[in-house]
Write a protein that binds this ligand. Structure first.
Ligand SMILES: *Cc1c(COP(=O)(O)O)cnc(C)c1O
Length: 429
């Protein structure tokens, strides 16, 4: 079948858009090999771990009430622990989002009078109210007399070791937080290796400091996770990478026995910890999602590369550059105007399998300081391992594109989005 002719026969596709995407694809295809090889490596590891834990149908059955002895839940903890590489793990649908598990981790690891230190600059937007950065939000760390300090990344986007060492002299610093992925910024994302090395340095100076890693969007993009090494707690969302597009909700935490035991008392209540918590729908999709995750992440990564190269060819600034090393699935694209960034997000929504007829607009989302537009025509609402695009409406006008359950969808969505933007006059191809 002649695919070019197939595309060109469609009214919603402009030949120039197809040309740009095909050219971009030619450039990025050589880089797909390493992504596919890595997916194969993680796939084989995960398969072995499933076999080792004798995963069977009984792990997928739901429970109700207190959920005592929920084998599906408890075994999923063990599986995640082995996959991510830690001493212990908690995987729970009761965590409503990534922000929730990060917030619980902070309250688990810090006490009044302690200081939280971010060594990757400003944290993800939704954590500002958790900390109480600007004002004391009821229930925030600030209200509990837990202080916050941050060290910005160096001009090369690396952790500032000199400043870190001097801050660690302050005995009040009890937890160091490291955000792996760029979040809503154009900084480079850190690699697991880098995080582990810094963690080692921190522990050399201060054994009593907890190291918490926000691993959102980072899982399976590299050979190793930051949980292998000297960090204490590594957390992330299940509607991003490790849920494989199938986990319907929830988050995970992997870490040392000590950190996980502190966290389980925060998860439910002191004394009860991890031993309760029913999930009537069962854990089948969590297991299957984890099993699918390396492949789904590789599809998303290939899509990000294609998008990065395409907008690069069109003269836009993109972060990271298409040929740079990646340690998350996000592709940031800098547009010139708010109208352009809005048009892009709307075009991505219009190319989505679910609610493709809906037009998203910027709105005041809870937890965000600026208006945000979010294109998420996803099967699981807000799941950003599925193709999605978000943009805070502030200068510089950057859209954060991520996810994609299949590379083919991302490619087609980009062709359609470029065509739509061209037709409406937002770009000229
Ligand atoms: C997505 C994300 C979070 C958590 O966001 P939720 O929407 O609450 O799941 C935190 N940090 C980073 C870097 C993220 O990308």
């Amino acid at each position: 079948m002649d695919y070019i002719q197939y595309y060109l026969g469609r009214g919603d596709i402009c030949p120039k858009a197809l040309e740009v995407i095909n050219e971009a694809q030619k450039d990025v295809i050589p880089n797909f090999k390493i992504i596919e090889d890595r997916a194969e490596y993680h796939q084989s590891r995960i398969l072995d771990i499933f076999i080792k834990h004798r995963i069977s149908q009984r792990h997928f059955v739901g429970t109700s009430g207190y959920g005592y002895g929920d084998d599906g839940r408890d075994t999923l903890d063990l599986v995640f622990c082995d996959v991510m590489g830690g001493e212990d793990a908690l995987v729970r649908p009761q965590w409503v989002s990534g922000t929730h598990v990060i917030s619980d981790s902070l309250f688990a690891l810090l006490r009044p009078g302690d200081t939280l230190l971010s060594i990757t600059g400003e944290l993800y937007d939704t954590l500002h109210d958790v900390i109480g950065i600007k004002n004391s939000v009821p229930g925030s760390l600030r209200e509990w007399n837990i202080n916050y300090k941050q060290i910005d990344l160096t001009s090369e986007g690396k952790i500032d070791l000199t400043k870190l060492k001097s801050e660690l002299m302050n005995s009040k610093v009890k937890t160091v937080i490291i955000q792996k992925s760029k979040g809503y910024s154009t900084r480079r994302s850190l690699t697991s290796k880098e995080i582990c090395k810094v963690a080692e340095e921190i522990k050399k100076m201060r054994k009593d400091v907890f190291i918490l890693v926000d691993n959102c969007y980072g899982e399976f993009t590299e050979d190793t996770e930051p949980s292998i090494g000297k960090t204490d707690l590594v957390v992330g969302s299940l509607i991003k990478n490790p849920g494989g597009g199938l986990a319907p909700t929830g988050s995970y935490a992997v870490g040392t026995k000590e950190a996980i035991s502190l966290l389980e008392n925060r998860l439910t209540s002191p004394g009860i910890g991890r031993e309760v918590g029913a999930f009537p729908f069962g854990y089948g999709y969590f297991y299957q999602g984890l099993f699918m995750a390396p492949h789904i992440v590789s599809e998303a990564l290939k899509g990000s590369l294609l998008a990065g190269r395409a907008f690069d060819l069109l003269g836009f600034s993109t972060y990271p550059n298409w040929d740079e090393e990646r340690s998350d699935i996000i592709q940031a694209i800098e547009f010139n105007t708010s109208e352009q960034v809005i048009a892009f997000c709307q075009a991505i929504q219009a190319a989505s399998p679910v609610e493709g007829y809906v037009v998203p607009y910027p709105w005041e989302m809870p937890g965000y300081e600026h208006q945000v537009i979010m294109a998420a025509g996803t099967f699981i609402p807000g799941a950003s391992i599925e193709l999605s695009a978000d943009a805070p409406i502030k200068k510089p006008y950057i859209a954060y594109l991520q996810g994609g359950l299949t590379y083919s969808h991302v490619k087609l969505a980009l062709i359609k989005a470029l065509s739509k933007m061209q037709k409406e006059g937002f770009i000229s191809l």
